[in-house]
Design a protein around this ligand. Sequence first.
Ligand code: PEP
Length: 253
Amino acid sequence: MVDRRKLAAGNWKMNGLGAELAEIDALAAAHKDPSCDILICPPATLIERMVRRADGSAISVGGQDCHPATSGAHTGDISAAMLADAGADHVILGHSERRTDHGETDAGVRVKAEAAIAAGLVAIVCVGETLGEREAGETLAVVGRQVAGSVPDGATGASLVLAYEPVWAIGTGKVPTMDQIAEVHDFIRSALAERVGEAEAGAVRLLYGGSVKPGNADEIFAVSNVDGALVGGASLKAADLGGIIAALERAAG
Ligand code: PEP
């Protein structure tokens, strides 16, 4: 049995000014020696300051997107090398808000993930179905297509994290049943095995994301093949994310 260290990852989205870095001080003070990994992905403007603020703590810092090119004429974009240079060690890719707002495709996510991994970052690739797709019984087909199309060749447990985020559960307070989460996570583990082989698929951490809160985290973390969470709203306050981290530590045993 592969020992996958659990991961609590916060996605601040387009939230946070310098003043909010105080949350990092509180988080660091409350979780000095956690038995899981803790990651915060703030807006790009805060990455370098957050890295400095979190120095010496258990918190690592990531980006929320990167461009597939290393540098060049891409106004407003940020390369994976730039994120790494700012001190980030992870990057979220293919979040549903980027797939929707910026028309990101599986192939586009895949080249970004390749660039991220080449720059030494861990790529957190997001997949998940819309409500319409779930109601049409297409969840596994959609997620399977996203995994096959978005995960780069040669991805490993060290370079890839996969986040299952049902689009209809993000920021809505709605959460799938535990059976539904188990079904998709078990399916993703086997879809990954087809993509990168059994051994690496067994080492990749699978996060659940979508309205995770301290009050539902224990139940979610007890589900098979859930190795942590990607947390949006509840990651903005140290106390809320702290409750989720505590649940993850209980699940880690
Ligand atoms: C997310 O944005 O990745 C997310 C899961 O958001 P929330 O936790 O707010 O649903």
